[in-house]
Design a protein. Structure first.
Length: 148
């Protein structure tokens, strides 16, 4: 019997709508757990996750039967509902997202980067951070449509 196997790591990044700092420290860890559970149900393994007040980072595996768009939609839809249930009524994620491929050899580096988000953002804004990712991965973009 034939098998279809894969191991694809992706770094998913997106912000809250208009970069509003909606995510409070009091719900961050519970939100992490909720998103990890949601991803697990889709067959995705979460290597690392960190939700900043105004944006999201996760290093996950992409299940071979799901598209990038399906995975991001699942994260955004379910977590948005959960966040609103926590009393943040006007919450929403931005419409767009960014996803970057990660080689297996770089997993420790990306995990460390995600874990160190609070320290990193004392020096670098989210917008500058994302611009650096675009440059590193040679992603062409239009500033007018990145920040929604």
């Amino acid at each position: 019997m034939a098998q279809s196997l894969s191991k694809v790591y992706i770094h998913v990044v997106f912000s809250t709508k208009h970069g509003e700092p909606f995510i409070k420290e009091s719900i961050r860890k519970s939100l992490h757990s909720y998103i990890i559970g949601t991803l697990s149900k889709t067959g995705s393994y979460t290597e690392e996750i960190f939700v900043n007040p105004d944006h999201f980072h996760a290093l996950i595996t992409l299940p071979r039967t799901k598209t990038l768009a399906q995975m991001v939609s699942r994260i955004k839809t379910t977590s948005s509902k959960w966040i609103k249930q926590q009393g943040i009524k006007n919450f929403s994620w931005q419409d767009g997202y960014s996803v970057f491929s990660v080689s297996a050899s770089k997993i420790p580096v990306v995990k460390n980067y995600i874990l160190n988000q609070p320290n990193h953002h004392r020096k670098v804004s989210f917008k500058d951070e994302l611009r650096k990712f675009f440059e590193h991965y040679e992603v062409e973009y239009d500033e007018r449509y990145v920040w929604d």
